[in-house]
Design a protein around this ligand. Structure first.
Ligand code: AHM
Ligand code: MG
Length: 334
């Protein structure tokens, strides 16, 4: 097996392929180091006293877990002093975090969901970190507005999955690669140089307890896959739902499938559960770079022009043929 490390990979991407700038490379090194620290905390769990509720709510009114707060702090403190960033935005903070004046200000914006799958923390099921890097337009104050860029503008997207192995999946816009953390040496080792989503799939992921709120197109798709061999699809499907988007997306990248957190009619102010800027966009960038597709049901997620930092969006992503089918059902229903 290749022993190429993340550092070597990033240097190659900068020096030989001109895919990233030196500053972006250093920024990614810092993010990868922060992720390692989060992984250590996740792994210690009760020993480090990081399980349970933090006793606070985030801007979306969700109860924060201790590890949500710890992971957010780790990302902020690791990244604020390097000089590569203009500001950071997080699921756990109402407003962007401007780089303190005592540090130099750089040209990039970092967005993250510090700990995705929070409801799985206390039950020892895989959780992760999702992140995205944007350019901060010159002369623009790095306030909320600076972050409101379509997903197509992302320079880098990635996620870490804290599972039996700690894995870092990354796209710089030229395919998707993944690294496994060698816990003995503390290095990220390239373990998949070209992740591709299989086109054909027999697996789907959706929280079916919401089915009474779904759009007709989603109902039709799910009814058909559940009907299996006897139904219009003519084959049996299998269902999986980790409850951590990172875990579900990683399964799609490994063996194909479709993941949906669609629009539902519960609360018109929340058109979907997942957040556009630090969940849907980075994951959509990765999925598309791996040959898959990602849609709201009505259009490509990456082309949505954001209006709010914590905006929510319906998400349908995975193997392209399945995603296209759901989109077709939406068109037919209209
Ligand atoms: P979080 O960032 O607060 O953890 O919320 C996002 C998570 C996703 O990881 C996952 O796909 C979804 O919420 C699970 O939702 P549900 O609890 O409805 O199954
Ligand atoms: Mg999340």
């Amino acid at each position: 097996m290749s022993r190429m490390t993340l550092t070597q990979y990033l240097i190659e991407q900068q020096r030989d392929l001109n895919q990233i700038t030196g500053n972006l490379r250093l920024l990614l090194e810092v993010v990868a180091r922060a992720v390692k620290a989060i992984s250590v905390n996740v792994g210690k769990g009760a020993i480090a006293g990081v399980l349970g509720e933090a006793g606070t709510d985030n801007v979306q009114g969700e109860a924060q877990k201790r590890l949500d707060v710890v992971a957010n702090e780790i990302l902020l403190l690791s990244n604020e002093w390097g000089g590569h960033l203009a500001a950071m935005a997080s699921e756990e903070m109402p407003l962007p975090y401007a780089i303190p004046n005592r540090y130099p200000r750089g040209e990039y914006l970092l967005l993250f969901d510090p700990l995705d799958g929070s409801s799985n923390i206390d039950v020892n099921i895989s959780v992760g970190t999702i992140f995205s890097v944007l350019h901060c337009p010159e002369g623009i104050e790095p306030n909320e507005k600076a972050f409101l860029q379509a997903g197509t503008q992302q320079l880098v997207a990635g996620y870490a999955l804290y599972g039996p192995q700690t894995i870092l999946v990354l796209t710089l816009g030229n395919g998707v690669v993944s690294f496994t953390l060698d816990r003995e040496f503390g290095t990220w080792v390239l373990t998949n140089p070209a992740m591709r989503i299989p086109e054909e799939t027999r697996e789907y992921a959706i929280n079916a307890s919401n089915s009474r709120f779904w759009d007709p197109a989603i109902r039709r798709y799910i009814d058909e896959v559940i009907a299996g061999r006897e139904g219009p699809r003519g084959r049996d499907f299998n269902m999986r739902w980790v409850g951590s988007m990172v875990g579900d997306v990683h399964r799609l990248l490994t063996r194909g499938g479709i993941f949906m957190y669609p629009r539902d009619k519960r609360d018109p102010s929340k058109p979907g559960r997942l957040r556009l800027l630090y969940e849907a966009n980075p994951m959509s960038f990765i999925i598309e770079q791996a040959g898959g597709a990602s849609s709201t049901g009505h259009g490509r997620i990456l082309e949505v022009e954001p209006t709010e930092l914590h905006q929510r969006i319906p998400v349908i992503l995975g193997s392209s043929r399945e995603v296209e089918r759901v989109v077709r059902y939406y068109t037919e229903a209209a």
